[in-house]
Design a binder for this molecule. Structure first.
Ligand SMILES: C[S@@+](CC[C@H](N)C(=O)[O-])C[C@H]1O[C@@H](n2cnc3c(N)ncnc32)[C@H](O)[C@@H]1O
Length: 351
């Protein structure tokens, strides 16, 4: 990927954003114990990763049809015992894979060369570790091999979603405490749930797809986030198709409350977040229109799937009157670091 373009935001709301905290581990007598624990953890991770590597080899087989298996092995008919053996791997494969670094930390390639798909998206559940001793987030996905061409892209967590979550956590709870946050294109709800977990006082998870809003609500509840309309319930959902407000132009349906009775226009939000929303170039003007309408600082992650996609996106932001910075990647390596950028965006105020 090309070097990121950094555009400064003098005097923008981003001056309030803390740099990602630097890890400063304790030294001295704890060092030996820490090293031992580190080595043990590294060995465990290596074992798990090795195991995942092995079962990765058979992914795509375990729910293939008998004909697909036969094709793959170059035989006329796959022996039923082989089909049954492959199927039997599923209960082992899924938990192991969902705990693997490739799925928890966006280390995987977005599209697997052999399968043209990212198998993390097809797991029924994904686990996302949180810093400190906090319980991980466990996120249900509804994308499967038999529905993936019809299901909303929001029925699985994407690499950009993992990067957004990691970046949001890096900003720290003090940053999110008391904030009112709206997520665009929430999908499974990972970004919105992360905001609620980090102390946002009010969170609105939006999407154009009502099925994924239900999924986002279920995921919020499953992770201990209170969902609903009461004052003590920080998490709500609303249908939101990007573009003009209803009645403002193109006749699209725009906002209509789903799980909660709140529309995105009901109030001024402190922060807008969004992950992996820019894969369809035709939607860029609508997304930008919505960002302007919300008129709050934005954290957006975007993936480089096509040549120059992010350079073109950045040019489009600039032409559209959005000021942006490319933030340092919160990821150490892998797809999340190499192919996903984190943008901090502010709407240019008209003089
Ligand atoms: C690739 S998914 C990303 C989901 C999630 N943010 C993540 O990163 O895991 C894109 C999401 O944006 C939503 N979306 C796409 N176009 C939209 C539009 N024009 N208006 C509102 N939502 C849209 C989709 O329904 C989907 O949930």
């Amino acid at each position: 990927m090309d070097e990121p373009v950094h555009r400064s935001l003098p005097g923008s709301t981003w001056s309030a954003v803390a740099e990602l905290p630097t890890y400063t581990g304790s030294v001295g007598s704890m060092l030996v114990a820490q090293r031992a624990a580190g080595a043990a953890a590294a060995a465990l991770i290596a074992l798990a990763t090795g195991g995942v590597g092995l079962v990765d080899g058979v992914f795509g087989l375990y729910d293939s049809t008998a004909e697909e298996l036969a094709d793959l092995f170059g035989v006329d008919e796959a022996p039923p015992v082989a089909v049954a053996a492959v199927r039997a791997l599923r209960p082992v494969y899924e938990p192991l894979k969902s705990l693997s670094p490739s799925c928890t930390a966006a280390l995987y390639p977005e599209f697997n060369d052999d399968l043209d798909w990212n198998d993390c998206s097809l797991l029924p559940r994904r686990v996302f570790w949180r810093s400190g001793v906090r319980a991980p987030l466990v996120v249900q996905q509804t994308m499967r091999t038999d529905n993936m061409w019809d299901a909303s892209t929001g029925s699985a967590v994407w690499g950009g979603g993992v990067v957004l979550k990691t970046y949001m956590e890096g900003l720290g709870e003090e940053f999110w405490a008391g904030k009112r946050v709206v997520e665009l294109g929430t999908g499974t709800g990972l970004g919105a749930i992360t905001a609620a977990k980090l102390g946002a006082v009010e969170v609105l998870a939006t999407d154009r797809d009502v099925a994924v809003l239900r999924l986002a609500e279920a995921n919020a509840r499953a992770n201990g986030v209170r969902v609903g309309d009461g004052a003590s319930r920080p998490f709500r959902t609303a249908l939101l198709e990007w573009g003009p407000r209803p009645g403002e132009g193109d006749g699209s349906s725009s906002t209509a409350p789903a799980g909660g009775a709140l529309s995105v226009d009901a109030q001024q939000w402190d922060m807008v977040v969004g992950a992996d929303l820019t894969y369809n170039r035709d939607a860029w003007p609508l997304l930008v229109q919505t960002i302007k309408r919300l008129n709050a600082p934005v954290i957006l992650t975007a993936s480089e799937r096509r040549v120059d996609e992010l350079a073109n996106l950045q040019a489009f932001f600039a032409q559209s009157g959005l000021r942006y910075e490319v933030a340092p990647s919160p990821m150490e390596r892998g797809y999340g670091r190499e192919k996903v950028r984190v943008y901090r965006i502010a709407v240019e105020q008209q003089q």
